[in-house]
Ligand binder design. Structure first.
Ligand SMILES: Cc1cc2nc3c(=O)[nH]c(=O)nc-3n(C[C@H](O)[C@H](O)[C@H](O)COP(=O)(O)OP(=O)(O)OC[C@H]3O[C@@H](n4cnc5c(N)ncnc54)[C@H](O)[C@@H]3O)c2cc1C
Length: 264
């Protein structure tokens, strides 16, 4: 790992100002994705700007039909939050299925959405629920946020401050987990928002995406059999030692049926 300067700002304003003045720097949240990247020398930031002292990013609140979760809330805190469990049980379940206890105790919601790992779980909930990502300067709709492999609409010096999740009528997440890391080989999040059905798929492609053909079919009848005969094309899906593109396409159908069944 290369040397870097370490900063500990105590406000969002100072954190963003530090990154603006050190263009080779990076924010550090839970370190569960960034530290492995640094150890492998896949990135060599000149400065690490710790977010650990930004207390204003640690809240969870339910506000006018939305669950608002601060960027520094850990996966374990989301999982254990009575407010989240009551409003969106599928989100609580998803957070409790991320990695292992150590990862859940350090990793944060903001770090997960900013990192945009193609196999991460939160992007499926963010896109499936039609959430809004709030930053130090604007609000970004989930549909416009995830732009590609480890790529988002965030500017290099932009800080995620919270994510607003609309409370759905009902929602469910089904994941086929990697045997060791628990990342999603394929994960499908389905939400009945009250004004339509949203289906978001993670792990299968270079970034999380909506399965619009499933949304149309489930919009007519919200039942597993509505997906019979509809397959997600395997072209452009991921292929690795865990699963071929064809197997991932098959898994999308299986996980989607399980998620629909879990909605009941
Ligand atoms: C062994 C292991 C297993 C894992 N299994 C899973 C799994 O099953 N499912 C899953 O979804 N994830 C998994 N993860 C990833 C984990 O969830 C990470 O916590 C998460 O991806 C990144 O969050 P973090 O707080 O650790 O961010 P960091 O590692 O600190 O940062 C990640 C990136 O996001 C940027 N960043 C961080 N916070 C912000 C912010 N507020 N605004 C803007 N940019 C920011 C950083 O600059 C960096 O580029 C696993 C990780 C490990 C090590």
């Amino acid at each position: 790992m290369k040397d870097f300067a370490y900063h500990r700002p105590s406000s969002v304003k100072d954190a963003v100002a530090l990154l603006k003045s050190h263009s080779g720097g990076k924010f550090l949240a839970g370190g569960q994705s960034l530290l492995p990247v640094l150890k492998l020398e896949l990135a060599e930031p000149s400065d690490l700007i710790s977010l650990a002292h930004l207390k204003e990013l640690r809240d969870i609140r339910v506000d006018g039909g939305k669950v608002v979760i601060g960027a520094l809330v850990t996966h374990d805190q989301v999982h254990r939050s009575p407010e989240v469990h009551k409003a969106i049980p599928a989100l609580s379940l998803l957070a409790g299925g991320i990695g292992d206890a150590q990862v859940r105790n350090r990793g944060t919601l903001g770090g997960s959405v900013a990192h945009a790992d193609p196999a991460a779980d939160y992007p499926a909930a963010v896109l499936g629920l039609g959430a809004t990502i709030v930053t130090d300067r604007r609000s970004i709709a989930a549909d416009a946020f995830f732009t590609g492999l480890f790529a988002t609409a965030l500017a290099d010096d932009e800080l995620v401050t919270s994510v607003q999740f609309p409370v759905p009528k009902r929602a469910a997440y089904a994941k086929f987990a990697h045997r060791a890391s628990k990342y999603a080989v394929v994960g499908v999040f389905i939400a009945d928002t009250g004004s339509g059905i949203r289906v978001a798929v993670t792990g299968a492609g270079p970034t999380v995406f909506r399965a619009t053909q499933y949304e149309a079919a489930l919009g007519k009848k919200l039942a597993p059999e509505s997906l019979d005969g509809i397959t997600v094309p395997s072209v452009n899906l991921n292929a690795d030692s865990e699963a071929s593109a064809d197997y991932r396409a098959h898994l999308v159908g299986v996980m989607a049926r399980r998620a629909v069944a879990a909605l009941a």
